[in-house]
Design a protein around this ligand. Structure first.
Ligand code: AP5
Length: 219
């Protein structure tokens, strides 16, 4: 049965880092709702402006918009064998939509949470830099590039996300506590969530996630 791999975690927990590695390993597309929304926010339309404003405020974009995004993206041919959800679901409503979707698409779901303490999250987010070309993720404190401001892989400039400033990070963490923590309880109570220590080095977190995926037939 083809799989949906779900990575849940607070802002900065390492969802994007790990989803990229898993995508390379298994050949499944990485579906980052944050990246899709950032792209949509560039459009000078009422929808683009609304998304941009919401993301800048550190709040969640509405479940209705996310439903459209997820339905459209996961119905693409490259998702047939399976896909990785990086940043979805984040609310109970989104979780229910995913359950319907998995049933309709006849896919099993592996839910994994990457847990990281709040003090660590701050450093990770404010220090994050991303390659504008290939998307490789660095951190000026924890995983610096060989040459400052330049991607090791392709020499392209590194960018700093506009919502990675201390004020937006505080708001994103607050939103996470309010909207996404209940979702974690929901998955935990139903026995479907596998928890992985996200404080470990990137490669060790990856090995643990891989072990979960390979020992699971999904739920
Ligand atoms: P999104 O882009 O998903 O941001 P986020 O959830 O805040 O998560 P991040 O991308 O900041 O962190 P990450 O967990 O991917 O960490 P990363 O791997 O980069 O969403 C942005 C916005 O879009 C939201 O605020 C919301 O408005 C909207 N949105 C998105 N999805 C939505 C949804 N479903 N519903 C409603 N709204 C939605 O790592 C971070 C840093 O740590 C990097 O520098 C990395 O190098 C470093 N690092 C990672 N792992 C390790 C490790 N193990 N050890 C040391 N350093 C590490």
């Amino acid at each position: 049965m083809s799989k949906i791999i779900v990575i849940i975690g607070a802002p900065g927990a390492g969802k994007g880092t790990q989803s990229r590695l898993l995508s390379e390993k298994y050949g499944y597309p990485q579906i980052s709702t944050g990246d899709i929304l950032r792209e949509m926010a560039q459009a000078d339309t009422p929808l683009g402006r609304k998304i941009k404003e919401t993301m800048a405020s550190g709040k969640l974009v509405s479940d209705e918009i996310l439903a459209e995004v997820i339905l459209a993206r996961t119905s693409q041919p490259d998702c047939q064998e399976g896909y990785i959800l990086d940043g979805y679901p984040r609310t109970l409503e989104q979780a229910h939509l995913l359950e319907d979707l998995a049933r309709k698409q006849q896919k099993s779901v592996v839910f994994m949470r990457v847990g990281v303490h709040e003090e660590t999250l701050f450093k990770r987010l404010t220090g994050r830099r991303t390659c504008a070309k290939c998307g490789e993720i660095y951190n000026v404190y924890l995983r610096p590039p060989k040459i400052e401001g330049v991607c090791d892989l392709d020499g392209a400039p590194l960018t700093h996300r506009s919502d990675d400033n201390p004020e937006s990070v505080s708001k994103r963490l607050e939103e996470y506590r309010q909207s996404t923590a209940p979702l974690i309880d929901y998955y935990r109570e139903s026995g479907r969530l596998v928890e992985v220590d996200g404080e470990l080095p990137v490669e060790e977190v990856f090995d643990k996630l891989r072990a979960v995926i390979e020992s699971s037939d999904g739920q």
